[in-house]
Structures are given as C-alpha cells and as structure tokens.
Design a protein around this ligand. Sequence first.
Ligand code: DP6
Length: 327
Amino acid sequence: MSQYKATALARANIALSKYWGKSDVALNLPAVPSISITLEPMRTETTVEFDAGLTQDEVELNGKPAEGKARTRAIKVLDQVRAIARLDLKARVVSSNNFPTASGLASSASGFAALVGASWSATGMERDNERWSAMSRQASASAARSIYGGFVELPRGIPGDASNAAKQIAKPDHWDVRVVVAVANEGAKDVGSTEGMTLSEQTSPYYRSWVDCSDALAAEVREGILTRNLTKVGEAMEQSTLAMHACMMASRPGLIYFQPATLAALATVKRLRKEGIEVYATMDAGPHVKALCNSADAGRVATALADTQMVLRTLTAQPGPDLEIRK
Ligand code: DP6
C-alpha cells in the first residue's frame, strides 16, 4: 500500500436555516449563518493517492474523468493541501456518491468535504476538523458543514477572516428526526448556487431583508434543535426557505427553482400537518422538497410524498456521523 493514500467518507447535509449570499467572494464567506443536519446514508467516498509516477492530477467523479469547473475546483483543493504539507506530488482522486447525483441532494457538500479529508490525510498530516471545515468552506460553503455529523452551524463570515468554519451543535443521536426527500425531476439545475447567489445580491430588492432576517431565524432553529422542538425548528426552517426563495425569485432575471412537483409536494406537507402529523418542508436551489419529521412519522410522510402527483420517488435520511477516514 502506498504511503500517501487515504479514503474519506463524508455525508451530504441539508440546511434547516439557509445559506444564500457571500460576505467575501474571494474567500467564499457566507453572508448569513446556516444550520444543517448531516444525512445518513447519503455518502461520498473519495480516495486520494499522491504518486511520484504521475505527471498531472487525475480526478475521477462517479466513474468519469472530471472536466471543466469540477476539475479546476478539485485541483485547487489539492494545491492548498500540497502547499500546507510541502508535498510536491501529483494525485489520483477517485470519488463516487452512493446517492444519485440528480436526487436533489447537493453532492458538492459531501464531495468537497471528502476531498479535503482524504487529501489531507493522504499526506500523513493529523486530522484537524476546524481547518478541514474552513478549507471545505472555501471550496463550497455548504461543504464546511459536512465535516461534522449531527446538527451543524456555519456562522456568518466576517470579510477577510479565512478561518470561518462550521461547528457541531448537537451529536447525531441528540434527536431522532428524519428527512424525507421528494425527488421532483432528474437532470442538472439551470443556475448553480454560486452564480445564483451573486445574481441575487446584485439584483434582488429583497437581498438585504433576507440577510437581515437570517440571524433571528438561525437562532430559532438552533434553539429548537437544542430543545428538540420540532414545531420551532420546522416553522423557522420553512420561513428561512421561503424568505430565501423570495429573494431568489425577485432577482433579475428571476431565479425560479420551483416546479409543479414542488408545489404539489408542499401541498402534501401542509395536508399531513392538518391531519396531525408534524412535518415541515425545505427546498434548496432546485425543485426537490425535503420534509423534516419525527422518525415515527417518516414512513407515512414518505408514502404520502411518493403518492404525490409528479413526485418521482423519495429517499429517507437520518442524522449521520462525522466525516470518516480510512487509511
Ligand atoms: C441553497 O454551498 O453550493 O443549498 O459556496 O457558492 O459553493 P457555494 O454554494 P453552495 O450553496 C448552497 C445553497 C443552498 C442552501 C444551503 O445549503 O445552506
């Protein structure tokens, strides 16, 4: 076995209190705090091997050579790790997701977290969650949250402060909740998050209001998690989601990520609530609806969402562990 080789296993995450907007584009710092739940079993597994026999970096994502932006972003992470470790070797990166890339769960979060953990560990350096989170955040801010398991907060970034990193606020076994993902369609999204949030900041009249309301919503979500209060988390999560989408929609041109299946799934969530099931919805930069509920209700929520018109299928996740390393 090679000396410079390691494998990382990172989970996807879903924000309960949303990140949208940057306070420092160069350092990729978030303009708002965000709080997420790490999702098991939605995993990215990444192996990195630094090899003296390579003349250039080789990056494979889901069985295919990475191209364009994905390759450039991955090599940027490798370069950062090589600089810190003072290692002058090219790397072979093999990464795959065990959840469908078009499932509506961001693969960039678990992808960059796994790449940071694997490449760092492959150099022989000791684990450092805080630095891993800051480095992942630089690649994609939601990735900072996938370093940790359970319930995780990424604070608002202070411009110029490259140390901005996520922290775990509660362990996975703190609260037995489930996230049921209602997959609305297959295929890549039109406008990616990075591009979308820049557009919102530059053109949406609601951008300021969104940033202004984010602290109070994150505080409610945090408090709700710590006291295991699903009503509190759910109501704040839905408002955070819809405030973010209102800001997106009012951009020029408007960013409308909703599709008919999105509204149908939202109606199902509302109906279930009327029927006495505590369930709340969130959406990201795509049409899929993710429903948060107690574990005892997950089966009924999944069935109702799967039976919803235009919803293709559902996936159910529970709070997952910290990023894992295998040498
Ligand atoms: C809507 O982390 O993908 O999913 O930092 O530009 O890579 P970059 O953005 P990214 O944005 C995620 C936005 C979101 C909400 C969230 O996950 O908090």
